[in-house]
Design a protein around this ligand. Structure first.
Ligand SMILES: Cc1cc2nc3c(=O)[nH]c(=O)nc-3n(C[C@H](O)[C@H](O)[C@H](O)COP(=O)(O)OP(=O)(O)OC[C@H]3O[C@@H](n4cnc5c(N)ncnc54)[C@H](O)[C@@H]3O)c2cc1C
Length: 413
């Protein structure tokens, strides 16, 4: 039986561990915090192949420069003079063109295909989590932005994703809580949402039942073994495995460095806050397009989530930027109180790659060392398929076509 160590107990590590265990591997998950702490539980909860567009896009550079002057803007870059920072943003700049955007969208949408079936299979396998199949509405308050969105709808059809343009009135019929400022929307009827903590808890419980070992501790040393496997060391002692998966989110670059590999992953911080009781009565999730804020109806709560802050590996909350997230729904909904009763706000670090798409596959020059990170704004959506495809690469030696665009080889890693 193959023994596989997975570093990182976020959604990507847990989903990969689950797929490996389910298929008979002996799995050890090593995580330095309670499973899911950070991005994997504080995210917006959207399962949305339709949001496959990467951050680097035509026009993003100018927009980001304008936004950098505003402390409460949706995207913020904290400039640094380090070579890795300069390399990362030079790479992102190169990806800000229509061709790269189209390829990234198509590759990510192809990886996301089958996600809903995978979640249904998880549920059928005994995992109980809060899931809603109510679609997504991308709402616009700016007429030019809405027209541009409608002009881009063919992209979704090509990727096999259902998308329908709605007028402002049609949007208000679909979600009566929307206000008169909304000039139009795009509805994605097949999208879903979940309460991410319940997915993490379900995966942890299922891994236990399958006999996987879950170890708490930070990996501080890693060596590739001549046999192809790896040895890990940390507060937990040391352990050896026939294969290693680095799924340490925004920290994956640090873990890869222990083996001598360089991965250009950087954190993109975001915040979320749950209003309890729910402030809005609605079925689908709503994207506040211009504000880049996601509004999620959960059982008994309304979650708002947003901002993308390129900075350091810390989860500190900026009061100004959190305020912007809390206030954003006021421009889109009839009634919204940013100061209504809410739980404590939380932060998460999205693992970001310079070209905006995930980094999944075998790390050269090692035998059986793999990485699964860089899922950016879609780690929840992409975790089930990442886990399944990586498990077949590790256990069957498969080379799934869906994973090829995500190879770490594109960074020379
Ligand atoms: C505000 C916000 C909203 C979002 N909304 C959505 C959404 O609606 N839909 C969606 O699909 N995605 C969304 N995302 C993105 C998604 O949350 C992330 O892509 C995903 O959580 C990344 O998961 P991960 O497992 O790769 O990383 P993480 O969840 O960060 O897990 C990595 C784990 O590795 C651990 N670790 C790090 N270093 C070590 C070490 N040396 N030893 C041991 N353990 C280590 C970390 O502590 C962490 O627990 C959102 C993110 C944010 C921040």
């Amino acid at each position: 039986m193959m023994r596989v160590a997975v570093v990182g107990s976020g959604l990507v590590g847990l989903a990969t561990a689950y797929e490996l265990s389910r298929r008979g591997a002996e799995v050890v998950v090593v995580g330095n915090r309670a499973p899911g702490t950070g991005a994997s539980t504080n995210n917006a909860g959207w399962v949305v192949p339709a949001e496959s567009g990467p951050v680097p896009a035509p026009g993003v550079v100018l927009q980001t420069l304008r936004w950098m002057a505003k402390p409460d803007s949706p995207v913020y870059v904290r400039p640094e003079l380090s070579p890795s920072f300069i390399r990362f943003f030079a790479g992102m700049l190169r990806a800000c063109n229509a061709g790269s955007y189209d390829r990234a969208f198509a590759a990510t949408a192809a990886l996301a295909r089958g996600t809903m079936d995978a979640l249904d299979a998880w549920a059928a396998d005994g995992m109980a989590f809060e899931m809603h199949a109510a679609g997504e509405l991308r709402a616009y308050v700016d007429a030019a932005a809405y027209r541009a969105a409608v002009a881009d709808l063919m992209r979704y059809e090509r990727a096999g994703l259902a998308a329908e343009p709605l007028t402002g009135d049609e949007a208000r019929t679909a979600v009566p809580a929307l206000g008169d400022g909304v000039v139009g929307a795009v509805r994605f009827p097949s999208e879903r949402h979940v309460r991410p903590q319940t997915v993490v808890d379900a995966l942890v419980a299922r891994l236990d039942a399958l006999g996987a070992t879950q170890v708490r501790g930070r990996v501080t040393g890693a060596w590739a073994l001549p046999s192809g496997g790896a040895e890990l060391r940390g507060g937990f002692g040391s352990l050896r495995a026939d294969a290693l998966v680095i799924a340490a989110g925004a920290w994956s670059g640090r873990v890869a460095r222990l083996l001598g590999s360089r991965l250009p992953v950087r954190p993109g911080k975001g915040y979320s806050v749950d209003y309890v009781p729910a402030q809005l009565d609605m079925g689908p999730t709503v994207m506040l397009s211009e504000a880049h804020v996601a509004v999620t109806p959960l059982d008994g709560a309304t979650r708002v989530a947003g901002t993308m802050e390129f900075g350091r590996l810390d989860e500190r909350i900026s009061a100004v930027r959190l305020r912007a997230v809390r206030e954003a729904p006021g421009r889109y909904f009839r009634a919204w109180n940013p100061d209504a009763p809410s739980l404590a706000a939380s932060a998460g670090l999205r693992p970001m790659m310079p070209d905006g798409i995930a980094c999944i596959g075998r790390l050269a020059p090692f035998g059986q060392v793999y990485v699964a990170t860089g899922h950016a704004m879609l780690g929840l959506t992409l975790a089930p398929r990442t886990g399944a495809l990586l498990a077949s690469a590790i256990l069957d030696g498969a080379d799934p076509a869906e994973l090829r665009p995500f190879s770490p080889a594109r960074f020379g890693a």
